[in-house]
Design a binder for this molecule. Structure first.
Ligand code: 3H9
Length: 692
């Protein structure tokens, strides 16, 4: 039963019991109504308490039911709330741990609310691209005031119950046992009439028009491509401008509209995608993990420093090893400066600053890191260098330590073979800047121990990363796909585009940064180095030589003050470069290509479908476990627009047959050999199916 019914003297207790978070799915909604019917028909019952079992009062509507008939099947959440609100016996919500979304809306339909301290109270629907659709936008302003409600609904941020203790949201904050307090409260109010209803409270805000207009302007400027935040403001506005029942209807219409938008579906896909990524079928949740109480990082460069900061931020002491004192000092000074900047912005207190800096130590001696529970190597991306490091780690590290490589492309199995303990070796691929970027690619080698994988997944959560497991291949999930994207970007230059046009088109699509601006930021020499290795190994792969020509000109990007674009000293703004554009046009002529005008649509399709096609190969080969893992890699590590849900989700929304048709068309064009349609894509397209 998804809600239990028990009678405690004159009080009936309905306990939601739908783990993990008491989502208000159809079965739970029905069970609540059943419970209410029993309570109303039992003359011995004078009042009702509703609470939640386990770790939540309720996390809200069951998101998995959205866009399915179950979501609106009766009793709908509206009906449930109506049954409670119109009940002839008082209903008390006993709130603890989490009361979010529909869960909070349910509580707002009750006549009274008793809460435990520390409960997270939120209407987080906006984060899923929707708005509270069961009265939240109409009732919350009536109990916490217009401004507070608008902030909570537009941001979706949880507020601890004690911060709301003085508002009309709660009738009591329970000091001791919540259920004892709630039952006692119910007994106390059992005979009080009339029953108070939130809907009857008047919102007192004389100059609401000015405030609402200000809110519209601010929210519009911040909402970007997402329609929900502004609709949230409109719905809250209705709480003051309309009669209650009209406001409820208005809110309902907006909810129905938003729940069907691609933006909302994309956000929900990302919500479940993030959680699915932590699950590995052959590594059950109870797999033993190794304790990580100390860490070491090899290399104090930008990457090593950023990685070390993650550990310090999570309270784990970390030692950075370098070869030379000068490099070590420079690395430690950069870390200090990074923290100082965060402190100056007011995002870190002086105590936390000291604490974090204090957790990071430097050393020149391998012996000093031997006792660390995990070591992450972040040295130069060269298999020879990695071999030296891992042989040394095998000598010095204690038994049971995890030996991780931050390689972005190299063979983790080969790296593991440099040690006598391949079961302890794993790839932990951070993205630059490593202290900021959310993605952590966890590369599982053929011999990586299950406990090492489980520990790494647990660690990713601890250091607040989105961990995604990848199998071993050149470039893993993210970089293997980006190679195809970069190849298309290069071919587009040969055929008629200039860097600015390509960047602008894909940025308009929603990418944070186009490929050429990205190259200038990351350093074009890095790709140059990788291409030299990669294309010697794979001579059959064609690619545009424009990027090599650029590097031969010494234009490595922002760090050399010149790349695909020109830069002015102290200014990161890219200016189109005449010499680069001349080089590109000359290169086309050298290849005998007649340059043509290329549409933005073609640019976007070629870049994005190149990702999709390679993503399909990766999925088929089992390098990624599921399509949503690929989407999470692109959303959290490569600036793919969140409102489009990731490359695989986006392809699903376009329709895989349409994607296939475009790929077949491009396969007939310049360097069409680069477009070998992935078998999985072709198969799913033919069957009318989707990736997700
Ligand atoms: C809504 O209420 C609409 C209404 O206004 C109108 C309706 C008409 N549904 O995050 P965790 C699952 S919209 C289904 O790892 P935590 C989650 O997928 C809803 N499933 O745990 C995961 O499953 P699995 C508004 C849900 O302790 C498991 O629970 N509510 C839901 O770190 C554990 O999740 C929200 O937006 C759900 N509503 O955090 C709240 N919620 O084990 C969204 C969770 O299979 N949820 N699951 O991977 C959260 O913010 C967090 O999950 C919460 C717990 C804070 C509740």
């Amino acid at each position: 039963m998804t809600a239990e019914y028990k009678v405690n003297g004159a009080v009936a207790v309905i306990t939601l019991n739908n783990p993990p978070v008491n989502g208000l799915g159809h079965a739970t909604r029905s069970a609540i109504v059943e419970g209410m019917k029993k309570a109303l028909s039992d003359n011995a019952v004078k009042a009702v308490v509703i609470t939640g079992a386990g770790k939540a009062f309720s996390g809200g509507a069951d998101i998995k039911e959205f866009n399915s008939p179950k979501a609106s099947a009766e009793p709908s959440l509206h009906t449930v709330i109506n049954v409670i609100e119109t009940s002839s016996k008082p209903v008390v919500a006993a709130i603890h741990s989490v009361a979010m979304g529909g869960g909070l809306e349910l509580a707002l339909g009750c006549h009274y609310r008793v809460a435990a301290p520390g409960a997270q109270i939120a209407l987080p629907e906006v984060k899923l691209g929707i708005l509270p659709g069961a009265g939240g936008t109409q009732r919350l302003p009536r109990v916490v005031g217009l401004e507070m409600a608008l902030n909570m609904i537009v941001s979706g941020t949880p507020v601890p119950s004690e911060k709301l203790a003085k508002t009309a949201l709660f009738n009591q904050l329970a000091e001791g046992d919540l259920m004892e307090a709630a039952v006692a409260f119910a007994n106390k109010v059992a005979d009080v009439r009339p029953l108070p209803k939130v809907r009857d409270i008047k919102i007192d805000y004389p100059n609401y028009e000015g405030f609402l207009q200000f809110s519209r302007n601010t929210v519009k400027a911040m909402a970007g491509p997402f329609p929900a935040p502004l609709k949230c403001v409109e719905a809250v506005a209705a709480a003051v401008t309309m009669k209650f029942d009209d406001g409820i209807k208005f809110e309902r219409d907006l909810f129905v509209e938003l729940v069907q938008t691609t933006e909302s579906k994309a956000l929900r896909h990302a919500f479940f995608g993030e959680r699915a990524a932590t699950k590995v079928p052959d590594v059950p949740e109870d797999t033993p993990t190794r304790p990580i109480k100390s860490a070491a990082v090899i290399g104090a460069g930008t990457m090593g420093g950023g990685i070390a900061m993650n550990f310090a931020n999570a309270g784990i002491p970390v030692t950075i090893l370098e070869m030379k004192q000068e490099a070590l000092d420079k690395g430690l000074a950069t870390i200090r400066k990074n923290y100082e900047n965060t402190m100056k912005k007011g995002k870190l207190t002086p105590e936390k600053f000291e604490q974090r800096v204090g957790l990071i130590k430097g050393t020149l001696s391998y012996e000093e890191i031997g006792q660390a529970d995990i070591v992450i190597e972040a040295v130069f991306e060269d298999i020879g260098v990695k071999e030296q490091v891992f042989k040394k780690l095998d000598e010095v590290m204690k038994q049971g330590a995890i030996l991780a490589s931050n390689t972005s492309t190299l063979d983790v199995d080969k790296i593991a073979s440099f040690t006598k303990r391949p079961q302890d070796v794993i790839g932990l691929h951070f993205f630059s800047p490593a202290n900021v970027m959310k993605l952590l690619e966890i590369v599982r080698g053929a011999k990586t121990g299950k406990d090492v994988l489980a520990t790494s997944l647990q660690l990713s959560k601890k250091i607040k990363k989105t961990g995604v497991v990848s199998g071993v291949c050149d470039g893993f999930i993210g970089n293997r796909m980006i190679e195809q994207y970069s190849r298309q970007a290069g071919f587009l230059l040969e055929e008629g585009c200039l860097p600015e046009q390509v960047d602008k088109a894909i940025e308009k699509f929603g990418f944070a940064m186009g490929p050429f601006r990205m190259g200038d930021l990351a350093g074009n020499d890095i790709g140059w180095y990788i291409r030299k290795r990669r294309y010697i190994e794979k001579p059959e792969v064609t690619y545009s030589k424009t990027a090599d020509l650029l590097c031969e000109m010494g234009r490595f990007g922002q760090k050399t003050g010149a790349g695909w674009y020109d830069y002015k000293p102290g200014d990161r703004k890219p200016y189109p470069s005449q010499v680069v554009n001349d080089m590109i046009i000359k290169h086309s002529a050298d290849l005998g290509i007649e340059r043509r005008k290329i549409s933005d649509q073609e640019i976007v399709e070629r870049l994005v479908y190149a990702l999709v096609n390679e993503g399909a190969n990766i999925l088929e080969e089992g390098i990624a476990m599921r399509a949503s893992d690929i989407d999470m890699v692109y959303l959290t590590g490569y600036g793919f627009p969140l409102f489009r849900g990731g490359p695989m989700f986006y392809a699903d929304t376009v329709g895989l047959q349409n994607v296939m048709m475009s790929i077949e068309k491009y396969a007939k064009g310049h360097q069409g050999v680069a477009w070998k349609p992935a078998q999985l894509l072709a198969k799913l397209a033919a069957e009318g199916k989707t990736f997700n």
